[in-house]
Design a protein. Structure first.
Length: 442
């Protein structure tokens, strides 16, 4: 109950250690003796854990096992703040092997009975972080337990609920970002060696027409299912498809940034493009869907040059301008200050649109008309003529130059002009370059 930043007392650490030991014993008993033996838990077996005195000796029902795994996941997340070694009892190699086995062969289930989902969460909580305990667990999972193959097989298996797929994709994202040199080649090999029956991609039959060639294909098919399955996103409060889509997008970005991914075919790139356009067309009213749009913006920073034409033909450019409008409002109007957070919020969409308008003339015209609407230009000319008639025009209103009349307060162009004087250099430069491009570099 104390401040987690404070050093834990000896009594608190001891209590956490005892809880971890009891939880571990309960998990093993619930999993059953056969699975414990497969996980090299000879000490527990020899120590009498499976002596027949417990009703859970032959394995508990899925709901009980799932509940224990959920508790273990929470313990791994918070218990390590008090006693890292205590939490280590739940992230040791034998427990990782138990979680991996439960993820690999647990049948799909919804809600609190989904053993595979909670086993996947325990894998994530064991391997996520930079503490020595997490680094050791990550190394064991990837190198000794062939965890990359396990995750790819789990991701490609069909008929799974979105909640479980979300946790699996989060594990893929984490490993690709944390240890790309070890994880990415292993995952690519696992996809290449997969059998056709594994490639159901959670029910996306159209994705089965050609065998998945690489990890990007698998993540793309997962994203497509999350975005296009019924009912339409965002769905209900407990619908995890939007979270799954966001995690798939982030995993694709991390995979691209690693520089180790197998390059997808042109056909696969087109399919990915179609899905990204679907994401951009989602309603921004739901926070999860909007976060997906921001993840798409990050992917567009490294998109092929010809993709600008694809965005134009599929009506996606105005959606990107909407993102620009909201992000600039967030930085200029709501935050009213300059920081690294501001740069993270607005620079990606500025650079993505700059890349798009430089590559395609029609995209340039679409963005220009959004930033400089013709009706606003007419109103500006009327105001400018009035100023000149009053003798106030000298030095204030000149053709092709920005002045206060050109950018009424609150408009998108006003916010872009404000960003031109931002203290953060990346914000300032990106805004200037986009406006320069929109003005025909003249």
């Amino acid at each position: 109950g104390g401040d987690p930043k404070e050093e834990p007392t000896a009594d608190a650490s001891a209590a956490v250690g005892r809880c971890a030991a009891e939880l571990r014993a309960s998990l093993l008993a619930a999993a059953g003796e056969e699975r414990a033996a497969a996980c090299d838990l000879s000490d527990e077996i020899a120590g009498g854990l499976f002596d027949g005195s417990s009703p859970a000796t032959d394995g508990a029902d899925p709901a009980t096992l799932a509940s224990l795994l959920r508790t273990a996941g929470l313990f791994l997340r918070w218990g390590s703040l008090l006693d890292g070694e205590g939490a280590g009892r739940l992230s040791c190699p034998c427990m990782l092997r138990l979680y991996a086995g439960l993820l690999d062969d647990s049948p799909p289930a919804e809600g609190p009975k989904d053993v595979g989902r909670f086993a996947s969460i325990c894998i994530f909580r064991s391997t996520y972080g930079e503490k020595p305990l997490n680094s050791r667990a990550r190394k064991v999972f990837v190198e000794e337990l062939d965890g990359c193959r396990l995750l790819v097989r789990a991701l490609m298996r069909g008929g799974q609920p979105a909640g479980r797929l979300f946790t699996i994709t989060r594990n893929v994202h984490h490993l690709v970002a944390a240890c790309p040199r070890e994880a990415v080649p292993g995952m690519e090999r696992a996809v290449a060696e997969s059998s056709p029956e594994e490639e159901d991609h959670n029910g996306l039959e159209e994705a089965k027409e050609s065998r998945a060639a690489n990890l990007t294909d698998v993540l793309s098919a997962t994203l497509s299912w999350a975005v296009n399955s019924e009912p339409a996103l965002p769905g209900g409060q407990d619908d995890r498809r939007a979270d799954l889509a966001l995690e798939a997008l982030r995993a694709m970005y991390a995979l691209s940034a690693s520089g180790l991914a197998v390059k997808p075919s042109q056909e696969a790139v087109a399919e990915i493009g179609a899905t990204l356009c679907d994401v951009l067309s989602l309603s921004s009213a739901d926070e999860r869907c909007y976060q997906c749009k921001l993840a798409v913006v990050n992917l567009l920073l490294d998109a092929p040059k010809g993709y600008s034409r694809y965005l134009v033909e599929n009506g996606a450019v105005p959606h990107l301008v909407d993102v620009l409008s909201y992000q600039t409002s967030l930085v200029v109007v709501e935050r009213t200050g300059s920081s690294a957070n501001d740069a993270a919020a607005v620079v990606p969409v500025l650079l993505a649109l700059l890349r798009i308008v430089k590559a395609d003339e029609e995209a340039l015209e679409i963005v220009r008309l959004e930033v400089f609407p013709p009706d606003s230009e007419s109103a500006f000319r009327e105001l400018a003529d009035a100023e000149i008639l009053m003798g106030n025009g000298e030095g204030r209103v000149r053709a092709k130059n920005m002045a206060p009349l050109d950018a009424p307060r609150g408009t998108l162009r006003w916010r872009l002009v404000k960003l031109m004087t931002w203290l953060e250099s990346n914000v300032k430069r990106a805004s200037c370059e986009l406006l320069y491009a929109l003005c025909g570099e003249d």
